[in-house]
Design a protein around this ligand. Structure first.
Ligand code: THU
Length: 164
């Protein structure tokens, strides 16, 4: 038996003011984009913005529904928009923020498990990882080097490959 250790590094910044200009601008856009969320049930507005390798900026927000499970997270709305408008285009950096209308928005949140699965598949599909910036409307900012860091041992297309 051997023990395998899985670890990853998070860069922690005190506030948005400590970021380099490109990251500051992307996180500002994510914070602003929370306003476009449709989240009347949770009051939890999430904004995700990506800078693609061709320089394009694409936005996504969470979109809820009276039939709760129909709702979509901002991250998967964003990936669907990217995939539809710029098929197979690599992402350089994605910034994710949120505005909790009935609570605090002062610390980073990280993508739910379902979104992590989608983020990882996007990296695998275009064969390029992307950085993820996480923060609320105020407070600390986390930067993660690649989506795969958030989901060790992912299920992926290679697991579906036929044995023949
Ligand atoms: N949500 C996201 O959009 N992204 C996340 O990473 C976590 C949760 C949304 C789903 C739902 O509309 C609301 O936030 C509360 O869970």
């Amino acid at each position: 038996m051997i023990k395998k250790e899985v670890q990853f590094t998070v860069d922690v910044f005190k506030s948005i003011d400590d970021l380099m200009p490109a990251d500051l601008s992307l996180l500002s856009a994510a914070r602003e984009t929370t306003q476009a969320a449709y989240a009347p049930y949770s009051n939890f507005l999430v904004g995700a913005v990506a800078q693609l390798s061709n320089g394009a900026i694409v936005k996504g927000t969470n979109q809820e529904n009276a039939s709760y499970p129909v709702g979509l997270c901002a991250e998967r709305v964003l990936l669907s928009a990217i995939s539809s408008q710029f098929p197979n285009m690599a992402i350089q950096t994605m910034a994710i923020s949120y505005h909790h209308l009935k609570g605090k928005s002062d610390h980073p949140i990280s993508p739910c498990g379902m979104c992590r699965q989608s983020l990882v598949e996007y990296e695998q599909r275009v064969k390029q990882s992307f950085r993820i910036i996480l923060s609320g409307m105020t407070g600390e900012v986390y930067i993660i080097e690649k989506a795969t860091d958030l989901l060790p041992f992912p299920f992926s297309s290679s697991d579906l490959a036929s044995g023949r």
